[in-house]
Design a protein around this ligand. Structure first.
Ligand code: PGA
Length: 242
């Protein structure tokens, strides 16, 4: 099963207009479509999409590492689950930039499980690490800190490989690089968890770049930011996954 995930970030999206222009008939049943609106739109989008676009699944862009209690300004995974979310992005580079450390991210993955949400764990190197040949080290570090301590992990997890320099840059990574990293991730996951996990790529995916990226072995889908704001473009990206 392939995954196509939309990360709408903090953009204003007209939900009715987006749904009206998003043609689910164009998308194969073999692809799970997960839309991650901002927190405030989740419930509304869930209600609207479950009338006309039943196949769409809903995700949050983040969640608290706690489940309940005196945590001012935080949003619980339980609350997200209650309003229709079944996934949550965890550890996006834009959240890591604003102070999320590895321990917090590990706790968030665990909390997502506890709240019956499927975490989409984002990992990836920055430009400097890439230039110095440090990609493998960074990937290994993040998986070791953010996921592998959760031994006996039997629940679903998506890993999103998102090299930071590719996000929002208009330039996706080269297939050779993606192929190399996908092999590294799959092998690390197998060695440490004894199973395979779904791996998606994110970073300037468009209908154009997706055609090429989808050829990479081991890539089970995409996490799409900017291009997912346009429902027609987003549906075209799905076509490349078939
Ligand atoms: P982008 O964002 O597709 O706009 O590069 C991807 C992401 O940040 O998840």
């Amino acid at each position: 099963m392939k995954h196509l995930v939309a990360n709408w970030k903090m953009n204003f999206v007209n939900l009715d207009a987006w749904l009206q222009d998003f043609d689910l008939n164009k998308i194969s049943d073999e692809i799970k479509v997960v839309i991650c609106p901002n927190y405030l739109d989740i419930e509304d989008f869930y209600k609207k999409s479950s009338k006309t676009h039943k196949k769409i699944l809903i995700g949050a862009q983040n969640l608290s590492s706690e489940t309940e209690g005196a945590f001012t300004g935080q949003i619980s995974g339980k609350m997200l689950r209650n309003i229709g979310a079944s996934y949550s992005i965890v550890g996006h580079s834009e959240s890591r930039l604003h102070g999320e450390d590895d321990e917090t991210i590990l706790n968030k993955v665990q909390t997502a499980f506890n709240c019956d949400l499927i975490p989409i764990l984002c990992i990836g190197e920055n430009q400097d690490e890439y230039s110095k040949g440090g990609t493998e080290k960074k990937i290994k570090h993040q998986l070791t800190e953010n996921l592998f301590p959760l031994k006996n992990l039997s629940k679903s997890v998506l890993i999103a490989y998102e090299p930071i320099y590719a996000i929002g840059s208009g330039i996706a990574v080269q297939n050779e690089h993606l192929e190399e990293v996908s092999l590294i991730i799959k092998e690390l996951v197998r060695d440490n968890l004894g199973r395979d996990l779904t791996l998606v790529y994110g970073g300037s995916v468009t209908s154009e770049s997706a055609k090429n990226l989808a050829k990479v072995d081991g890539i089970d889908g995409f996490l799409v930011g900017n291009a997912s704001l346009d429902p027609k473009e987003f549906a075209n990206i799905a076509q490349s996954l078939e």
